[in-house]
Design a protein around this ligand. Structure first.
Ligand SMILES: [Zn+2]
Length: 339
């Protein structure tokens, strides 16, 4: 049986755009009117899964506060650490694949066991539209009679594709994307970016703030991978510093320099500790060891100082010559391992 495998920290705040939905669920629960099954519906990337988890945390908490779970009781502690045996996540085994009837049968088995911690049992099923007809049929009985103190939270990104028999057995909680201003302000905070960048990002992801965070983070990942590969190519003399500087002309220079500083800090760690145990850029360990072996502390520190100096300069200057600036740093990078 699959026991909960993921849970965000209960301390995480409710997204401001879901405050209304959150209050509605709290009211239902406090009035003992919570239905057996909720269907959270809305576009992807707006945080429905986290809302579902917050609801689960609240109803499972043994001493809920006015507006949140207590964070201290056994249930909260379990949720915040290893996972709670009474919280069950049901998702496709592979992203984009359907939820299979066998998975629903395993859920039924879970439902037959009593709650291990003597409180609510919660099932989070996502996405509801990915159940094929036999899986949905297998779920119907559970949806009708889930047993006492049980809550099923179904999440759907495409309400129109959820089978009517499933829909009619759930109470719907419609989740709308936030207003543009709210979303942009949230992104500014969440990503530490300027208002204009957040606005631009939000447009790219059609107004779904969490999709914006993903997009930004994934973009960074790809950029980082390209930049580190280029740095390695320079050391192997496959590419020249001006060539690489040209390749990254459009990238956020401060970001690149920050990554390079991180590498130099790692090389310093190797030099000072005599081992690569504390290296943070694990994926570049081989290259970092190579540089540490063939360079000197003096060269590393000089380059690290230069980068620090240029980063401060970047914040002050209006129109820096990015090509020249990066080129100069990359020339010093290439000289780290040359005699
Ligand atoms: Zn609690």
């Amino acid at each position: 049986m699959e026991i909960s495998d993921r849970y965000h920290s209960l301390n995480a705040a409710i997204y401001p755009w879901f405050e209304e939905q959150w209050q509605r669920v709290l009211r239902l629960h406090n009035d003992n009117h919570l239905p057996h099954a909720l269907l959270l519906s809305g576009m992807p990337g707006i945080g429905k899964a986290r809302l579902a988890e917050s609801i689960a945390g609240y109803v499972m908490c043994h001493q809920p506060q006015t507006n949140s779970a207590c964070g201290q009781c056994r249930s909260c502690v379990l949720l915040n650490s290893s996972g709670h045996p009474d919280l069950y996540f049901l998702r496709p085994e592979e992203k984009g694949k359907p939820i299979k009837v066998d998975q629903v049968r395993q859920l039924t088995e879970f439902m037959h066991n009593t709650a291990q911690q003597g409180g609510y049992r919660v099932v989070v099923l996502e996405p509801a539209e990915s159940m094929n007809i036999s899986a949905a049929n297998a779920l119907l009985k559970t949806l009708e009679e889930p047993g006492r103190d049980t809550l099923l939270i179904l999440i759907t990104h495409q309400l129109g594709q959820v089978l009517p028999t499933v829909k009619s057995r759930c109470q719907r909680l419609d989740c709308h994307p936030p207003d543009e201003t709210v979303a942009v302000e949230w992104l500014v905070e969440a990503l530490s970016v300027e208002y204009q960048e957040a606005l631009q990002l939000l447009k790219v992801v059609h107004g779904a703030p969490l999709a914006g965070v993903d997009f930004k983070q994934q973009g960074h990942q790809a950029l980082r991978a390209d930049f580190l590969t280029a740095l390695r190519d320079i050391l192997r003399q496959r590419k020249s510093p001006p060539e690489v500087a040209g390749q990254f002309l459009k990238a956020d220079l401060d970001l690149l320099l920050g990554w390079l500083q991180g590498l130099l800090a790692d090389i310093t760690r190797i030099l000072l500790m005599g081992s690569d145990e504390l290296v943070r850029n694990k994926d570049m360990q081989k290259m970092l060891k190579g540089v540490a072996k063939n360079s000197t502390k003096d060269k590393i520190f000089t380059l690290a100082d230069l980068i620090q100096f240029e980063r401060l300069g970047l914040q002050r200057r209006q129109n820096p010559n990015k090509q020249l600036l990066l080129e100069r740093i990359l020339i010093d990078w290439s000289a780290l391992v040359r005699t």
